[in-house]
Write a protein that binds this ligand. Structure first.
Ligand code: HEM
Length: 397
């Protein structure tokens, strides 16, 4: 347990560490990945190169320290991080490695010796957080193993089908190589897939939303190819250019909380670009639920460049044709003259009711814009769930 004195010491150093979080992060990853190179197969090396999201770990430790008096406020965030860790098969002993390198980085940034009482205080705070996370992850792994068809860590899958959806988007159908059962995941969840990246010479994991409701036979992910010159493209370009039917990949069990909270409510799905992928799974899942009542309304709103870039179009069209309670609005951004951008103003009000739950997926800027519009329309934050698709990763809240 931290003493009051240690808490003071930590609180005094938070501002300087926050100001220097970039240096802290750079030093941390450089030190850790050069001394423990096998961890390169766990971390997203695209993030290491472009700096995106790489600060997340250090920032989370600082946020924990800031809330040391009442860390319970961070529990939802910790739960989300642990889901991501479980999806990446992070193990308890990894925490000791991360802790050691993080503390050395703090000592470096603050120009303190490792024996300083401040480092000792940070070590205690880190261990406290790590213990909480290890415990949460242990429970998640156990839950996954108990599930029918479930597993924890990596499982070998075989690519059984590859379908080009648009010029730069393909679907990958993956079946477990052992031909044993698959778990009944919740539509909207994601998996991690890990492949050998030839240009790096080692494996890389990435998260992708599942783009169908569960079917017991295969998982399907629908992936946009990112340029290889840009670091985020390591995995997507390997999938698009190298992976052939019959090839093996590693897959972790479905995780994530971007799932429908209440199927009896009006649910509104708003996506942009490749953000359509979990939406198709959500739509398919909702329309499969048997109900004696007339089903609740579903709005499916999607923004994409033009018809040629509209991935999974046939599926959406078919589901809407088969289910009269599904209303779709597809907005082609390139058809706009004068450079105007999509706003909810162009959506008929019946598709956006006050009591509906809203699910948003796409780039961060799109989600920010649509969230703001919804909040301005007095939609409560509790009614809005989103999943950000940044290059090479996704984040839910
Ligand atoms: C107390 C310790 C830790 C904290 C506070 C922490 C925090 C975080 C946060 C905030 C994220 C971003 C989540 C998101 O945006 O979805 C993250 C992602 C990640 N964490 Fe941790 N983490 C810790 C320990 C570890 C350990 C021990 C490992 C394994 C060696 C690890 C591996 C990763 C990986 C691979 C990602 C995904 C991002 C990427 O690929 O670079 N973390 N972590």
């Amino acid at each position: 347990m931290l003493t009051t004195h240690q808490k003071h010491l930590i609180q005094q150093t938070i501002p300087v560490l926050k100001t220097n979080v970039q240096a802290l992060t750079d030093y941390f990853y450089q030190r850790m990945l050069s001394q423990v190179p096998e961890l390169k197969e766990t971390f997203n090396m695209g993030h290491q190169r472009d700096g995106k999201q790489a600060k997340a770990l250090a920032n989370a430790v600082l946020a924990y320290a800031e809330n040391i008096e009442d860390p319970s406020v961070l529990l939802p965030v910790i739960n989300m991080i642990c889901q991501r860790h479980v999806s990446l098969a992070v193990q308890a002993p990894d925490y000791a490695i991360v802790g050691e390198h993080l503390l050395h980085s703090i000592s470096e940034v603050l120009s303190l010796s490792m024996e300083d009482e401040l480092i000792d205080a940070w070590a205690t705070a880190y261990q406290q957080l790590a213990a909480l996370m290890i415990d949460t992850e242990k429970r998640m792994y156990a839950q996954l193993r108990q599930q029918q068809g479930g597993w924890s860590g990596w499982r070998e899958f075989t690519l059984v089908k590859k379908v080009a959806e648009t010029a730069d988007v393909s679907s990958f159908y993956l079946a477990p190589t052992d031909a044993l059962a698959l778990p009944a995941y919740r539509p909207g969840q994601y998996i991690s897939i890990r492949v050998q990246v030839p240009s790096l010479g080692f494996k890389q994991p990435r998260q992708y939303s599942l783009s169908t409701a569960p079917n017991g036979q295969f998982f399907r992910i629908t992936v946009k190819e990112e340029a290889l010159e840009q670091a985020p493209g390591y995995v997507s370009s390997t999938l698009h250019q190298q992976l052939q039917v019959g090839d093996r990949v590693e897959v972790s069990a479905p995780m994530g909380e971007f799932t429908v909270k209440d199927a009896t409510k009006h649910n509104v799905f708003i996506s942009a670009g490749i953000g359509i992928t979990p939406m198709v799974a959500l739509l398919e899942g909702l329309t499969q639920i048997p109900t004696s009542q007339p089903p609740a309304a579903i709005s499916f709103i999607h923004v994409t460049q033009d018809a040629a870039h509209y991935a999974l179009r046939e599926e959406v069209t078919q589901l809407a044709e088969q289910h009269s309670h599904v209303k779709t609005l597809i907005h082609y951004s390139q058809a706009l003259s004068g450079g105007g951008q999509f706003t909810l103003e162009s959506v008929p009000p019946s598709l956006l009711t006050d009591n509906a739950d809203y699910y948003l997926c796409g780039p961060a800027g799109f989600i920010q814009m649509i969230s703001n519009e919804l909040l301005q329309r007095n939609i409560s934050p509790h009614q809005i769930t989103h999943e950000v698709f940044s290059t090479g990763g996704l984040t839910t809240s």
